[in-house]
Ligand binder design. Structure first.
Ligand code: R5P
Length: 291
């Protein structure tokens, strides 16, 4: 039996204050349950509505990628400046401290290596294990227009069904095959399909005409960094994508292959969360690099 409430203080029900319910800050996400929203709010900063995700899951199909030969050495100093870490469960359990305060976005599809047909992916994790690792989201690659298009769409929809039981958001990643044109028409098609089939957010490439892609996609889009660019160009790409409706970046090589990875991720943060102009962000990058 709990103790009786013996406080002499007068109860106050604030009868003059109406209880309010606020709209959830993230595009297209208002109808989700509390757990799903809470996980999304660990990835996307509720103040800026944006995210800086650090992607270093490349090893799941291409082995020891340049810059990721030793994740324990190269990524740990960067993790501090990321909102979320996108990685494999192997990397998480072997090289990331459980005390990291970062959200985890777990790679959940895989199968073929760079030596085979890349679109022939299957699901590579159970929802049970994702829960065990306390993930904030899982990520699945979908190859629209690729040889295994239907199989990869099916991977995503089955994963969403499993994850919806527990309120885990699924990040749909649009994979661009060699044979496909990387333009707004194709990217608009792919991102819209992923959103319509239930992805909570989508990752894709920045292309000219990106504002039509974000406008036509009812869930948040984050951009992949893609191949390494000069730092100033990568900052410009992030800024342009944000200006055209992206909700953040999921950047890998343009950070961990930079001459000064910590300086670069700190400059990217300024662009994403504080709308810093590229000239200033690049100056910050150079100042931090020379320190
Ligand atoms: C690609 O399949 C991987 O999942 C990466 O997470 C993704 O490409 C983002 O990394 P990057 O910025 O290096 O393109």
């Amino acid at each position: 039996m709990p103790e009786t409430d013996t406080s002499s203080k007068q109860k106050n029900f604030h009868t003059d204050v109406v209880q309010t319910s606020e709209m959830f800050f993230l595009k297209g996400s208002n109808s989700y349950d509390w757990g799903m929203k809470n996980r999304l709010a660990r990835i996307f900063n509720p103040d800026s509505g944006k995210t800086v995700m650090l992607a270093f899951d490349h090893g799941y199909f291409q082995g020891p990628t340049t810059g990721l030969e030793r994740i324990d050495v190269s990524i740990r100093p960067l993790a501090l400046f990321a909102d979320a870490l996108m990685l494999t469960r192997g990397a998480l359990r072997t090289m990331i401290e459980p005390s990291t305060g970062r959200a985890v976005v777990m790679r959940a599809s895989g199968g073929p290596s760079i030596l085979k047909e890349l679109s022939n992916e299957h699901l590579a994790i159970d929802v049970d294990d994702a829960l065990r690792m306390n993930v904030s989201a899982v990520a699945v690659q979908v190859f629209i227009g690729g040889p295994f298009e239907t199989q990869t769409v099916n991977n995503m929809t089955r994963l969403i069904d499993g994850c919806m039981r527990y309120g885990i958001p699924v990040l749909g990643v649009t994979a661009v095959g060699k044979e496909l044109t990387r333009d707004a028409r194709y990217i608009g098609l792919a991102t819209r399909i992923l959103a319509e089939l239930g992805a909570a957010f989508v990752k894709t490439y920045f292309v000219p005409g990106f504002e039509t892609v974000t406008a036509g996609c009812p869930v948040p889009i984050v951009i992949a960094g893609g191949k390494k660019l000069p730092e100033k160009d990568a900052l410009q790409m992030a800024r342009d994508a944000l200006a055209q409706g992206a909700c953040g970046v999921d950047m890998g090589r343009n950070i961990f292959q930079s001459d000064a990875p910590v300086a670069m991720i700190r400059a990217v943060r300024k662009v994403v969360h504080e709308n810093m102009p590229v000239r200033e962000a690049y100056q910050l990058y150079q100042d931090l690099k020379n320190q």
